[in-house]
Design a protein around this ligand. Sequence first.
Ligand code: CO8
Length: 256
Amino acid sequence: MDHKGVKSEFSEGIALITLSRPQVLNALNLDVISSLNETIKSLPRFPEIKALIITGEGKAFVAGADIKELSGMRPDQAFNFSHKGQQTLERFEMLPYPVIAAINGYALGGGFELALSCDIRIASEKAKFGMPETSLGLMPGFAGTQRLSRIVGYSNAMYIMTAGKTLDARHALQMGLVQEIVEHDKLMEFSMELAGKIVAQGKYAVRAVKEMALRCFDRDFRNSCELESEVFAGLFGRPEADEGMKAFIEKRKPNW
Ligand code: CO8
């Protein structure tokens, strides 16, 4: 099921989305953002999906929004573009299962923002991260100003966003931006293995963890703990939890 600039494949509970405009380093234009939206909207048709991986074709993950398209925009069009990009990334973030960004090269500007909307980021040793928008007289517009500081803290975010710095994978790991660095040629194998591990867990348990972690990010601690108890209790009595615990006690793998 492919859309313009976006390819998707499904196997064994894993969806793989590949951004595919390699001639412009997978730069995000309106067509690609619409395609991503269409792809995300079609995902509920595949209830067997338990994890999703997104990557880029060629030498880049995504080198940002399409500067040629941006350069002709009026302020009202820029507002709509920013809004549409934000909505798309939020849809992505709100998927009920974990989303892994397999970052194979440049993740710049809007491409970095796309990676930030994923739950887990795995970097190839060739990955490069940056928010070069200020060098164009612009700023991040796909919620990057908000997500980046939530992930790496205020001063690290300011360091990245205001000085136009490009970080290599090692620096990104130090900041907690990525969870692992792997050899370039092993990136997809590693990411598929990680997705496979997620697929092997209890489906509802994984969804409950994501729901709690995401929903309560901005909430106060006490109310979030209340909600955690409710979601935790909701897993009991489900066949999945019954089988998971029984399998442990019987020293075997759960049969889900
Ligand atoms: N937009 C459009 N085209 C691009 C982009 C881009 N972001 N990035 C690369 N390309 C194109 C190049 O123009 C080139 O095309 P051509 O062959 O026709 O000249 C082709 O891709 C290959 O790129 P390079 O030859 O430049 O490849 P290099 O390996 O020499 O350099 C770089 C790679 C360093 C990644 C370089 O391409 C670069 O600096 N790209 C721009 C990076 C950038 O500034 N990104 C931020 C864009 S702004 C943004 O993302 C804002 C997001 C929020 C929007 C809010 C809405 C209002």
